[in-house]
Design a protein around this ligand. Structure first.
Ligand SMILES: [Zn+2]
Length: 585
């Protein structure tokens, strides 16, 4: 304080009085200054804040007002924002991060799946039969038995399901089980009959009705185009059932540490339901929603629909403005489009779902209107076409900050890796898809062979060459919880530590890189980095408090992370039952 630096006044009585007055005045004005900082709604104190703001990476506390962060700093700096009605959250010395964004999700499907059969942890045919039998018995009035989660390796060499296993346990009602990756479905005989699928039904374009040697459908249906034949006869959930599912999905997302999702398909038709939740004050998750553009070409009606959605929904809670393309399928069922034939079956190279010129034109047209493009591209041929098309579009749309995205990128030609950085294209990837389980090591990798496997999920190579990552789950393909994904990004091993040296271990990335891909990188990938993705003044108060300090534990413990508290827009939307505000640790 200035007065303290002045030379002492002579010790006369008058001067002593003046000195007292000066001190008193200084004290009063200091008090007034402290109170002139408007009080915060909430203080988060006693925290280890990893901010993802490179200018102030670590802090002890922060202050929130009106849904936004107003200050980040030391305990003493933040204490100044305490007012009579400020709520104080004591983090107990625990790690606090910006809330996570899931950049690739199918939210309605995932939310509905919470009430259906889930066999993702069941690894035998008999086990799946038992689960289906039990579920059917417990739901005697469901006209259809629906569920998901089986993986190809369960079926051994065939690597595809067969209707006979389901017929054995549910002969009298239709059953439809989605594969864990959402690209292949498993129907029983009743479901095929309900859909009118017989040996005479032709394969739809971009889909396949798998048949046995006699031409009889086996119950395996490859890709959306084939399963739509069945889906169109399944009774649809009512809007009330969908709202109920969305509330459950949001609760699960907040508990997992998510504050925003980027929808990669299936949610565009429900923007109005999301808006209804917002109007009721029930929205606890931010939504950026893409619509799926279907081949063979971009239709004028599609553009109108997109323009209308963007005009209506464009704020920090619900926004449209993105378009999703599927350029190919998946490696496991040989539907991913490859530059060279599959290693295990040289007669196949996969197939592009779009005729390249049609897709290129669609990208340039949408970019010209300022829409962001998400392209599902898993095989190296599909990845190349996406990059080529974005490059051509950027020539035609100079000066627009488009940030188009390639989704998945499971394998890639070495020549294409630096193009993400060069073009400013986002690599939107899902670390748990690289989880080195039997499906990855015994189906995925043999299908493309060892040489291309060296370029499996190249997170490190993309960032090292200047590209930006945005991470997500692809829920319900894998769990909504980002923490197993964090662990996989760090270790490229299973939870049990296999393989010992890691699966393509040179593509591991660091913890700060991983956190960034779920926070600031994710915000950037959704054009929200000015207001989201890091803990700094002026940004939204979206944060998570964790039970363990990721920076202090071994990487193979990251999947055990529990979220103790999630805040979205300054409101606590999830708090663990055993989180005590005062518990210090
Ligand atoms: Zn997806």
């Amino acid at each position: 304080m200035e007065s303290a630096e002045r030379p002492p006044l002579p010790h006369s009585r008058l001067h002593f009085t003046i000195q007292l007055l000066v001190l008193l005045f200084a004290a009063l004005s200091a008090g007034a200054a402290a109170q002139s900082l408007p009080a915060a709604d909430t203080l988060l104190v006693n925290a280890r804040l990893y901010t993802v703001n490179s200018r102030q990476p670590w802090a002890e506390a922060l202050a929130v007002r009106g849904g936004n962060i107003v200050a980040v700093g030391t305990a003493a700096q933040i204490e100044k924002y305490r007012g009579p009605s400020t709520r104080v959250i004591n983090a107990g010395g625990r790690l606090v991060l910006p809330g996570f964004t899931d950049c690739h999700i199918h939210f309605m499907d995932g939310s509905l799946s919470l009430q259906r059969i889930n066999v993702e942890d069941v690894k035998t045919i008999a086990g799946i039969q038992e689960a289906v039998r039990k579920f059917a018995a417990a739901h005697p009035r469901d006209p259809w038995i629906l569920g998901r989660g089986w993986s190809y390796d369960v079926f051994g060499k065939a690597a595809l399901p067969d209707k006979k296993y389901l017929d054995e346990v549910v002969p009298d009602r239709p059953v439809l089980l989605e594969g864990y990756d959402g690209h292949t479905y498993w129907a029983n005989s009743k479901a095929l009959a309900a859909a009118g699928i017989t040996r005479n039904t032709p394969d739809p374009p971009n889909g396949k009705i798998v048949r046995d040697a006699q031409g009889e459908p086996t119950g395996a249906l490859k890709e959306d185009a084939a399963v739509e034949l069945v889906q169109r006869v399944i009774p649809q959930p009512s809007p009330e059932e969908r709202l109920h599912a969305l509330r459950q999905g949001m609760a699960a997302a907040n508990k997992a540490g998510l504050v925003r999702v980027h929808s990669a398909g299936g949610d565009f038709a429900y923007l109005d339901l999301l808006n209804e939740l917002r109007e009721k004050g029930q929205l606890t998750l931010r939504f950026y929603v893409s619509d799926i553009a279907r081949p063979p070409q971009l239709m004028a009606e599609e553009i109108t629909k997109l323009e209308q959605a963007r005009a209506k929904y464009h704020d920090e809670w619900v926004s449209g403005g993105a378009v999703k393309f599927f350029l190919d399928g998946v490696v496991e069922s040989h539907t991913a489009a490859m530059l060279q034939p599959y290693a295990d079956d040289p007669t196949q190279t996969g197939k592009l779902f779009w005729e390249p010129d049609n897709y290129k034109r669609a990208v340039a047209e949408l970019n010209g209107r300022g829409f962001q493009v998400f392209t599902h591209a898993i095989g190296d041929r599909a990845v190349r076409l996406a990059l080529d098309s974005y490059q051509a579009s950027y020539q035609a749309n100079k000066g627009k900050n488009l940030r188009d995205r390639v989704e998945h990128i499971e394998t890639i030609s070495a020549a294409d890796i630096p193009r993400f950085g060069q073009l400013g294209v986002i690599a939107s990837m899902q670390p748990l898809h690289a989880y080195p389980n039997a499906d990855t090591l015994k189906v995925w990798s043999p299908n493309i062979g060892p040489e291309r496997t060296t370029r499996a999920w190249v997170w490190h190579s993309i960032t090292a060459s200047g590209g930006r990552l945005a991470f997500g789950s692809d829920w319900p393909v894998v769990t909504l919880r980002p923490w197993p994904g964090v662990q996989t990004a760090l270790t490229r091993q299973t939870a049990e530590g296999a393989p010992a040296g890691g699966f393509v271990p040179n593509e591991r990335i660091t913890l700060p890189q991983t956190i960034e891909a779920y926070t600031l990188g994710a915000a950037y990938a959704g054009h929200r980095e000015k207001t989201e993705g890091s803990l700094q003044p002026g940004k939204v108060a979206d944060l998570i408090l964790l039970n363990q300090n990721l920076f202090k534990i071994p990487a193979n413990q990251a999947n055990k992370t529990q979220v103790l508290l999630t805040m979205v827009g300054g409101k606590v939307v999830y708090q663990a039952a055993d989180f005590s505000n005062r518990a210090a640790k």
